[in-house]
Structures are given as structure tokens and as C-alpha cells.
Design a protein around this ligand. Structure first.
Ligand code: UN1
Length: 496
């Protein structure tokens, strides 16, 4: 299924046929490759090499570093179709979304190229005569990237494009569930390196490995920044361990994203927004819409319309003309069924959520998306289950809706559908949504790379991608220069 694709993407057959760790496609559960998992010693060796590469790369002028990222963007454009299809096979998302993910990589490359001429600091007025002050941004070191199965290529690219123009080297540990797309990214990056010519060896390293490899990266003091995407449980381990050695982390963890649907909303728009955000990627985006907080006066109508839309969703092979592909694995299916059982116990009324196509694919896990009308924001609703379950809650007044939006442990994405400007502005104000992303009249998912991406509370607080997220990948230095013939002290201190 993958040999032709991987060959076109430049991956040597030995890399995916000679290991002892099986790789499965969620499309039918079959084994498509086998890779070798690297352990602690091999991870440390890659960090060594990345450290040496950093020491050379940090002195290359930033716009020249940007040229490497520009070339990488070109390579990605050339291979977009193949890489998008491989994402579809390995992660199970529909090909349109696989292509969208590669487009995000291309977009972040473009962004980073521009940025490579804009890594600017401030100048600050000094209180002392004949002095000036400024702030400069310097490369940080080896950046460790840990990524999840659901965005197996884009999240690495967000981190890597910024890290490289910032003058850093990168060591990447992808999810064990998606090593093939990682091998493909590495091969494509090597193609860009070749075109670039003189980048230091080992500038971007790949470590396909499990826990041991991750731990080696998390604990290594030569990795000043670990950018980790995944579950809150993973972040709870990574964050404190990196902090214990005074490293920095960018954590992008669980989301429990809500839509407030107000009575004035354009319901046609809202139903489309719900469908894409709740059902897209089979509910396996960290930005997936998980809670619909709808005004009681329109609840029955909205639920009926969403159910009707769900009934028409085509579920099946993500490479064919379908909207919903499989869940990543059985564990994920079991977690979904467990959450639905819990929702029923907590008084919920569940629609959908059944396994689909089991006869055709006994080893794959397709489900119909589920809607659970809940009497309250109970325990199961406050927990992120990485599957297409939309919990519906009714509200009577706007304050209550805001409170429900915020009363969960996670704080990634949120949105409101309303045509009342007061509600829209309030939602985005200091006393509105407490999430990193707060949208008006668009869903919770599908963010563009131009904005900073990340969220608060148990989402981890990190920011990746656009805006000034690049500052997280650099170290700040404050410089004071005396160009006078005196040595005045700050704060008026006399020390003679
Ligand atoms: C993720 O699920 O980890 O906003 C990232 C979105 C995408 C990124 C999702 N741009 O849905």
C-alpha cells in the first residue's frame, strides 16, 4: 500500500521493511511496514550531533537560514499529493485533510522565510547619558519536538520551520503510531538540505522511538526547549521533568472545545460549523468541537438539524469520497464506547456512536459520530475523549453559557455563533472565553498558521506557529552600551 509512495517521497526501503516494530494503517488494520525503534543511547547520539550542528548553524545569517526553509517549502509543494496520501493512510484522516495538513506545512515555511528577515528586538531609552539599551534575540540550541499521531507532519513543521530560522537544530520524536510520515518528512527535508548545499550535518534529526527515547530528550540538559503535543497526561510528565532541569517547554495538550450557539445566530452557518469541527478528522483534532452550549429556545431545532446532518455523513475509506475515516485504533474505539456508557450513566441521551463497517474491516474502527444530550456539565463532559462525541448542553442566559464554556480543566479553543455584537465582543473580552483561541461565527478547529496556536490551563500554555511564537524558540538578551567617557551608574548610585 505504501511502497510506491515512500519511494517517490525518497524513503529507502530498508527504513520501513527491516525493523521489528509493526506499523498498521487504521484504514483496515493491516500491517503496512515495520520500523526499528531507537532507544536511549541512539537518542543521545542524535542529540550530540544536533548540538554540533547548532554550534555552526547559529552563526549563519538568519535570512540564509530562511533560504533552507524556503527550499523545504518548494520540496513540499512538489510532493504535496504523495505526502497528503501517506498521512491519510497512516493517520486515517480523509485525503482532503491530509492535503490540508501538508498545506499547513507549506504555509508555515512561507511564514518562517519572511520571519527570517524580521527577527527583531527593541531599543529602549536608557536613563543614563551616553548610553543605549537594546534587546536582541539569539538562537537557543537543540529543540526537541514530540508530536502526536493526529497531525503527524504539520506540528513538526510548525516547530521545525521556526526553530531553523531562529538558528536552532531539531530532534524530533514522532508518535510511534505514525513513523512512516516522519520518515517521509525527513527524506523531503534532506532533499532541501541537498539543494541548500552547506548546512551542518545533523541539523534536523529524527528519532523513531518509544518512551525511552522521549525520556532521553526530556532529561537532556543540552535540549533547552522541548515542544510537546499530545495528551494532558503526557504533558504532566514532560512539563515538570523539563522544568526540573530549568529547561523550557511548549506544551500543546488536551482541548475540550465548546461552541456557544446564541438565539440570534445564523443557524445554517452554525450547523455547517458544527459538522466540520465536531466530525472532521473523526473527532481526533485537539481543536475538535466537543461541547455545544445552545440556547434552550433553539436547542430542539438545532439538535434535529445536526442529527440530520450526521445521518448523511459518509463514513469509510478516507482515500475515497468520504467525510469520516477510521479512529486510530481499538484503544481509541474502546475509550469512545466507555465515554458514551458513562454519558448514559450521567443522565445523557446518546444518538449515534456505533461501530460501522465491522464486516468489511474487522480490524479497523469506524464509528458514526455521536451526539450526547446532557442534563449538566458532568464528569464525562469535562474530560477530553479523543473521538467524535459532541455533548449538548442547554443554557438560558448568556452568563451561564460563558460559565459553562470556561468550567472545564482545558482551555484550547472556543467559539460563539451570534449576530449580537455585544455577545460577540464579550466572548472575546477579558471576562469572556478563557481559551487560547476564541472565534466568532466560525468553528473551533481549522486555525490558520498566521496566529499563535495553543491554549491555557490543562492545554499547557504553549504557543506555536504564527504571530510572535518564534520568541519561544530564541533566547532574549538585554544589552546596554556606554558610548560616553563617563561611567554613570543606574538608579543614581554614587560609588566612589
Ligand atoms: C492538533 O490537532 O494538534 O486548528 C492541531 C486546527 C489545525 C491544527 C490542529 N490547524 O484544527
Amino acid at each position: 500500500m505504501v511502497a510506491g509512495l515512500l519511494e517517490r517521497l525518497g524513503v529507502a526501503a530498508a527504513a520501513y521493511t527491516q525493523g521489528d516494530y509493526p506499523v498498521h494503517t487504521p484504514i483496515d488494520g493491516s500491517q503496512i511496514a515495520s520500523v526499528k525503534l531507537l532507544g536511549k543511547a541512539e537518542t543521545i547520539a542524535r542529540i550530540d550531533q544536533a548540538q554540533r550542528a547548532f554550534e555552526a548553524w547559529r552563526s549563519v545569517p538568519a535570512p540564509r537560514r530562511g533560504e533552507l526553509v524556503r527550499l523545504f517549502g518548494e520540496v513540499l509543494r512538489e510532493h504535496k499529493a504523495d505526502l497528503g496520501e501517506l498521512v491519510s493512510i497512516e493517520a486515517g484522516k480523509i485525503t482532503q485533510e491530509g492535503l490540508g495538513e501538508v498545506q499547513e506545512m507549506i504555509d508555515i515555511c512561507d511564514f518562517a522565510v519572511g520571519l527570517s528577515r524580521q527577527l527583531y528586538g527593541l531599543t529602549i531609552a536608557s536613563e543614563r547619558p551616553g548610553h543605549h539599551m537594546r534587546e536582541t534575540w539569539h538562537p537557543l540550541g537543540v529543540v526537541g519536538v514530540i508530536s502526536a499521531f493526529n497531525f503527524p507532519v504539520a506540528v513538526w513543521a510548525w516547530n521545525t520551520a521556526l526553530a531553523l530560522v531562529a538558528g536552532n537544530s531539531v530532534v524530533w520524536k514522532p508518535s510511534e503510531k505514525t513513523p512512516l510520515t516522519a520518515l517521509a518528512c525527513q527524506a523531503l527535508f534532506e532533499k532541501a538540505l541537498k539543494a541548500f548545499g552547506d548546512a551542518p550535518a545533523g541539523l534536523a534529526q529524527l528519532v523513531i522511538g518509544g518512551r525511552e527515547a522521549g525520556e532521553a530528550m526530556v532529561d537532556d540538559p543540552r535540549v533547552p526547549l522541548v515542544s510537546a503535543t499530545g495528551s494532558t497526561r503526557m504533558g504532566r510528565e514532560v512539563g515538570p521533568r523539563v522544568a526540573a532541569r530549568f529547561g523550557r517547554s511548549i506544551l500543546e495538550l488536551g482541548g475540550n472545545n465548546a461552541m456557544i450557539l446564541a438565539p440570534s445566530a445564523d443557524l445554517d452557518l452554525a450547523v455547517r460549523g458544527i459538522l466540520f469541527s465536531a466530525v472532521g478528522t473523526a473527532g481526533q483534532r485537539c481543536t475538535t468541537l466537543r461541547r455545544l452550549i445552545v440556547h434552550r429556545s433553539i436547542k430542539d431545532e438545532v439538535v434535529a438539524r445536526v442529527k440530520a446532518a450526521y445521518g448523511k455523513v459518509r463514513i469509510g475509506d478516507p482515500r475515497k469520497d468520504n467525510l469520516v475515516g477510521p479512529l486510530i485504533d481499538k484503544q481509541s474505539f474502546d475509550a469512545m464506547q466507555g465515554a458514551l456508557a458513562k454519558a448514559r450513566d450521567e443522565g445523557g441521551q446518546v444518538f449515534g456512536g456505533e461501530r460501522q463497517l465491522a464486516d468489511q474491516y474487522p480490524n479497523a474502527y469506524y464509528v458514526s459520530p455521536a451526539i450526547a444530550e446532557m442534563p449538566a456539565q458532568s464528569e464525562v463532559v469535562r474530560h477530553e475523549t479523543f473521538a467524535p462525541i459532541l455533548y449538548v448542553l442547554a443554557y438560558d442566559d448568556f452568563e451561564e453559557a460563558l460559565r459553562l464554556n470556561n468550567e472545564v480543566p482545558q482551555g484550547l479553543s472556543s467559539c460563539i455563533f451570534t449576530t449580537d455584537i455585544r455577545e460577540a465582543e464579550r466572548f472575546q473580552s477579558a471576562s469572556g472565553s478563557d481559551c487560547g483561541i476564541a472565534n466568532v461565527n466560525i468553528g473551533t478547529s481549522g486555525a490558520e498558521i498566521g496566529g499563535a496556536f495553543g491554549g491555557e490551563k490543562e492545554t499547557g500554555g504553549g504557543r506555536e506557529s504564527g504571530s510572535d511564537a518564534w520568541k519561544g524558540y530564541m533566547r532574549r538578551q538585554t544589552n546596554t552600551v556606554n558610548y560616553s567617557r563617563e561611567l554613570p551608574l543606574a538608579q543614581g548610585i554614587v560609588f566612589d
